[in-house]
Ligand binder design. Structure first.
Ligand code: ZN
Length: 880
C-alpha cells in the first residue's frame, strides 16, 4: 500500500522500537532570522546517540531540506522520501551517533514551529506544538511515543528574546551578531511529542511552590506564567497561579510522587489549535484563557479545569506514557477525570462536576452515537487515525467511565492504583493491562469484566425508570437497561425521587444507591413510598448512560427542572431532556419551551450558558423548518428581555447578552434591539470588545451594517483578536460577491472553474473566521452554488492541506444548511449527495471518510428529529 506522505504505522514503529535504544537526543535550532517574514525556514540539527540491532533505520523529518546525514563521523548520501530520512551504517555492537542537518519551515497552521506576528507592536512570537506527530516538522527524530530519550535543546535566537524549553537553561551565551544561545539542561527520558520550545519577547509573571519531602528535604518548584507583551495588562496571574499551586498541592498528596520536572512554566500562545498541551515543565495554552474581555465564573472554572488537566498529565502521560496511540485514552481519560476532580476538590470551583455532566458529557454522548464511534481503547493503525482520536470518546467518555469506576472501587483504591502505576512505570511506556494490574492490586477486584464492558465496547447504555403505582403509592420501581448493540453493563448509580414542596420546588425525597445489572433491576426498597413526581436515574451522575424519563417525570421536568436545588441534579435532568430531543423523542419545541420558561430563574452561570447553547441548537437544527424563523425571533427577544432583568454586571447578565447577540444574527427583526444594546442602553452591561463584535456580527449578518462601520469598530481597538472578528464580520455580510471572495481566500476555486486547489495565505485562526462568516445560517440561499464544488474538491482538500486545516474545511463547509423538504431524510439532497460521494470514494483516506460520515450522521439525525416533531403528538411515544 502506498502511504500518504507523512503517515507512520503502528507496525513499523513497533519494529523500530524493537531495534533501537535511544541514549540521548540533542536538538539545535537556529531561530536568529525568525523576525524576517521573508525567511521561511530555519536551520535544525539533530544529534542522536543510540544502539541498534540493525545497521539501518530511518528518522522522521517533514522539512523542506536535509543537508547532511552523518553516522559516526561518516557523511552519507542523503536519501529522503515520504518524510523519512534513511540512516545506514549503524553499529550493531555498540553505540552509534547520528547527525542530521536540515532546514525546517515556520508554520502558520499551529503544527510544528508556529510563527505569529503581533499586529499591535510588530513583535514575532514562536512556539511549538507536536502532538501527535509534528516534532518531525521541527527536527529529525523517531516520532513515536515509546522511543524516549533524555533530550537537550540548544536554541539560538535574538538576544532580547525569552527562550523556554522543558527544562531550565544551563547556559546562556551571547553571540557577536546580537544573538544569544540558550542550552537547556538534559531532560529525563521524554517522548518527542511532549518536547517543546517557546521563543519571543514574551512577558511573564513569576510564582513559587514548595513542599516538604518525605526525606526531610524540600521540593522547590519555580512557576512562570507567560504571554505576549501586548497582552501583559490582561494577564490575571494571581488566579492562574493560585489554581496552579492548589493543583500541585493536591496532586503531590494524591499521587505521592514528587512533581518530577523541576520548574513549571505555563504559556498562553497565539493561534493555538487546542485548549492546552501538557509539555513537561512547559505547558502551552490557548490565549482564550487570557481574558481580555469579561469572563464568567463558568469560563474561569473551565480554565481551572484545563490547568489541572494538564497538570495531571505531568504524571499521567509525561512520566508514564502510552506505548502507542491506541492507548491515548490512558492519559487523556485520566487527565480529564483528575482535572475535574481536582477542580471540584482543591479550588473554589466546587461545581465542576455539574459542568462535566451537562457540557463535557454531551460531547461524549454525541460522539458515541456516531457511526464512527470506537471503544475507549481504540484500534489505531497509523498516525492519521491517531490525529482524529482526540475526540469525545477519548476524553469525555473515558473520564465518565473512570468516574463510574471510582463509584465502584472507591476514590482511595483508585488513587492507590495510580500511585503504584507511576512508581512502576516512571519514564517508561505502558498499555492498558499495566493500568488494570495496578488498579486490581489496589482494589482487590478483578477488573477484566469492567474493562470488557466499558473500555472495549461502543455506545452509551440507555436506562429508563419504570414505575408501578396503586392509590398514590409506588408499588414497584425498576431500572430497565436497553440491549443497545448487545451490550449490557454493570452500573453503580443513584436513583433520585422528587416531589414538590409547598413552594412548588422539586425536592429529593428519596435517594437509592443501586447496582444496575442486566436488562431489569428492581429497587424493592422503593416500594411503599408515595408516588414521586419525578424519578431521576443516574442522579449524582455516577454512570455514563442516556437516561430516559417516564411520562410523568417528563411532564414534571419540562415544568419544573429548574426548581431543583442541587445543580448537579439539574444538569443530569437537562442532559436527559437534551438527549431525548436529539433522539427525536421529545419535540424540540417542548425543549425550547422548557428552557425559555425555566432558564430565567437559573442561578448557575454554566448551566445557563450550556442550556442557551442547546436551545439555539434546538432552534437551528431540531425544530421543523416552518417553525424556525418564529423561534429565532422568540429566542432573540427572550434573551434581550432577560439581559435587562439580570443583575447589572453579573455573569448571568453577560451570558444572556452573548446569547442575545448570537440569536440576533439569525433574527432580522432584532436589529433595532442590537443597536440599542450597542448604544449602551442596557444598565450595567459592560460592552467589552468581544461583546461589541458579536453584536456587530449580528448586524452584518442581517444586512444592517457595512464595512465602514466595521472598520470604525476595528479602529477603536486594533489587535490580532479584533482583526479576526473584523474578518468574520466582513465575510458574514449577505452578499454573493463577498461570499465568492471568502471562498477564494481559502484557496478554493470558484464554482464552475477548473477545480484545482490553490494556495491560501490564511492562518488556522483566519480560516476559522472566514468559515464562520461564510456559513452564516441566514445566508443559505447565497451558498447553494457551493455544494457541488465542495464535494468535487474534497479529495484535493484532504491531500493538499495539513490535517488540522483540512478537517476545519471539510467540517466547516459541509452544506448542512440546505433545508430540503419537510419530512425528507433519505432523499434530502445533501444526504443523497454525501452518500453518493461515499459510494464513489471508498478508497478515500479513512480520516476524510470519517469526517464525512460524521457530518452525514449529524444531518440525518436532525432530519429524523424534525420529521418526528412534525408528526401529530399522538403518533409519538410517551417515554423520553
Ligand atoms: Zn490532555
Amino acid at each position: 500500500m502506498l502511504l500518504p506522505v507523512s503517515n507512520l504505522t503502528r507496525t513499523e514503529t513497533r519494529r523500530r522500537a524493537e531495534q533501537l535504544t535511544l541514549h540521548a537526543l540533542t536538538v539545535e535550532l537556529d531561530l536568529r532570522a525568525a523576525r524576517d517574514a521573508a525567511v521561511a525556514t530555519f536551520p535544525t540539527t539533530t544529534t542522536l546517540r543510540l544502539s541498534s540491532t540493525s545497521t539501518t533505520t530511518w528518522l522522521d523529518f517533514l522539512g523542506p531540506r536535509v543537508h547532511a546525514v552523518v553516522v559516526d563521523g561518516q557523511e552519507q548520501v542523503v536519501r529522503v522520501a515520504d518524510g523519512r530520512v534513511a540512516v545506514d551504517g549503524l553499529r550493531t555492537d555498540g553505540e552509534s551517533t547520528v547527525v542530521v542537518r536540515g532546514e525546517a519551515a515556520y508554520s502558520r497552521t499551529g503544527e510544528g514551529m508556529h510563527r505569529f506576528v503581533d499586529p499591535v507592536d510588530g513583535e514575532t512570537y514562536l512556539y511549538t506544538q507536536y502532538e501527535p506527530a509534528d516534532a518531525r516538522r521541527v527536527f529529525a527524530c523517531t516520532e513515536q511515543p515509546d522511543l524516549k530519550a533524555p533530550s537537550t535543546f540548544v536554541v539560538t535566537a535574538p538576544a532580547e528574546w525569552q527562550v523556554l524549553s522543558n527544562s531550565v537553561a544551563e547556559s546562556v551565551v551571547d553571540g557577536e551578531d546580537g544573538s544569544r544561545t540558550w542550552t537547556f539542561a538534559p531532560t529525563p527520558p521524554l517522548s518527542t511529542y511532549i518536547t517543546a520550545v517557546v521563543a519571543g519577547p514574551y512577558h511573564h509573571a513569576e510564582g513559587h511552590w514548595s513542599r516538604a519531602l518525605a526525606d526531610g528535604g524540600t521540593l522547590e518548584v519555580p512557576l512562570g506564567l507567560w504571554c505576549r507583551a501586548s497582552l501583559a495588562p490582561y494577564l490575571d496571574a494571581e488566579e492562574f497561579l493560585e489554581v496552579t499551586r492548589q493543583g500541585l498541592d493536591l496532586f503531590h498528596d494524591a499521587f505521592d510522587y514528587p512533581y518530577p520536572w523541576g520548574k513549571y512554566d505555563q504559556v498562553l500562545v497565539p493561534e493555538y489549535n487546542l485548549g492546552a498541551m501538557e509539555n513537561p515543565g512547559l505547558v502551552t495554552f490557548t490565549e482564550k484563557y487570557l481574558f481580555r474581555s469579561q469572563a464568567t465564573e463558568a469560563q474561569r472554572e473551565g480554565r481551572a479545569t484545563t490547568i489541572l488537566h494538564e497538570m495531571a498529565h505531568m504524571w499521567f502521560g509525561d512520566l508514564a506514557t502510552m506505548r502507542w496511540w491506541d492507548d491515548l485514552w490512558l492519559k487523556e481519560s485520566f487527565a480529564d477525570y483528575m482535572g475535574t476532580y481536582a477542580t471540584a476538590t482543591a479550588t473554589r470551583f466546587t461545581g465542576a462536576w455539574t459542568s462535566f455532566a451537562l457540557r463535557r458529557k454531551a460531547w461524549a454522548y454525541r460522539q458515541d452515537q456516531l457511526p464512527t464511534t470506537h471503544p475507549v481503547v481504540a484500534d489505531i493503525p497509523d498516525l492519521e487515525a491517531a490525529k482524529q482520536n482526540f475526540d469525545g470518546i477519548t476524553y469525555a467518555k473515558g473520564a465518565s467511565v473512570l468516574k463510574q469506576l471510582v463509584a465502584f472501587v472507591g476514590p482511595e483504591a483508585f488513587l492507590a492504583g495510580a500511585r503504584t502505576y507511576f512508581r512502576r512505570h516512571e519514564y517508561g511506556s505502558t498499555t492498558l493491562p499495566d493500568l488494570l494490574a495496578a488498579l486490581e492490586e489496589a482494589s482487590g477486584r478483578d477488573l477484566s469484566a469492567w474493562s470488557g464492558q466499558w473500555l472495549e465496547t461502543t455506545g452509551p447504555s440507555t436506562l429508563t425508570a419504570e414505575l408501578e403505582t396503586a392509590d398514590g403509592t409506588l408499588t414497584a420501581l425498576r431500572v430497565r437497561q436497553d440491549d443497545d448493540g448487545g451490550v449490557l453493563r454493570d452500573h453503580r448509580l443513584v436513583v433520585g425521587c422528587y416531589s414538590s414542596d409547598d413552594d412548588g420546588a422539586l425536592v429529593r425525597t428519596h435517594r437509592f444507591v443501586t447496582d444496575v445489572t442486566g436488562p431489569v433491576t428492581e429497587l424493592p426498597e422503593a416500594a411503599g413510598i408515595p408516588v414521586p413526581e419525578l424519578v431521576l436515574v443516574n442522579d449524582d451522575d455516577l454512570t455514563y448512560a442516556k437516561v430516559r424519563l417516564d411520562e410523568r417525570s417528563t411532564a414534571t421536568a419540562l415544568r419544573a427542572a429548574g426548581t431543583i436545588e442541587e445543580s448537579l441534579s439539574r444538569a443530569v435532568l437537562w442532559s436527559a431532556l437534551w438527549n431525548a430531543t436529539r433522539d427525536g423523542l421529545l419535540p424540540a419545541a417542548a425543549f425550547l419551551d422548557a428552557v425559555v420558561s425555566q432558564l430565567p430563574a437559573e442561578r448557575e452561570v454554566g448551566i445557563a450558558r450550556d442550556l442557551l447553547a442547546h436551545a439555539a441548537g434546538a432552534v437551528e437544527h431540531y425544530l421543523p423548518v416552518p417553525q424556525r424563523d418564529g423561534a429565532r425571533a422568540l429566542l432573540a427577544e427572550e434573551a434581550y428581555t432577560q439581559l435587562g432583568r439580570h443583575e447589572a454586571g453579573s455573569g448571568l447578565q453577560l451570558v444572556w447578552a452573548r446569547a442575545f447577540a448570537d440569536a440576533a444574527a439569525r433574527a432580522p427583526e432584532a436589529a433595532g434591539r442590537v443597536r440599542t444594546v450597542l448604544a449602551g442602553d442596557v444598565p450595567g452591561l459592560q460592552l467589552d470588545p468581544e461583546l461589541r463584535w458579536s453584536l456587530w456580527q449580528a448586524l452584518t449578518a442581517v444586512g444592517a451594517a457595512g464595512p465602514d462601520q466595521l472598520d470604525g469598530e476595528l479602529a477603536r481597538e486594533d489587535t490580532a483578536t479584533t482583526r479576526l472578528e473584523h474578518r468574520a464580520a466582513l465575510v458574514g455580510r449577505p452578499d454573493a460577491a463577498v461570499k465568492a471572495e471568502a471562498w477564494a481566500s481559502l484557496g478554493l476555486p470558484a464554482p464552475g472553474q477548473y477545480a484545482v486547489l490553490g494556495e491560501s495565505p490564511l492562518s488556522n485562526d483566519e480560516v476559522d473566521a472566514v468559515i464562520a462568516g461564510l456559513t452564516q445560517p441566514l445566508h443559505a440561499d447565497l451558498l447553494e452554488g457551493y455544494v457541488e464544488p465542495y464535494f468535487a474538491l474534497l479529495p484535493q482538500l484532504w491531500a493538499g492541506r495539513s490535517i488540522e486545516i483540512a478537517e476545519r474545511l471539510v467540517e466547516g463547509l459541509y452544506p448542512a444548511w440546505v433545508d430540503g423538504q419537510e419530512g425528507q431524510v433519505e432523499d434530502h439532497p445533501v444526504v443523497a449527495r454525501t452518500r453518493r460521494w461515499l459510494g464513489e470514494h471508498e478508497d478515500a483516506p479513512a480520516g476524510l471518510r470519517r469526517c464525512l460520515l460524521e457530518q452525514l450522521d449529524d444531518l440525518e439525525r436532525v432530519l429524523r428529529a424534525r420529521s418526528t416533531a412534525a408528526r401529530p403528538a399522538g403518533a409519538r411515544g410517551g417515554h423520553v
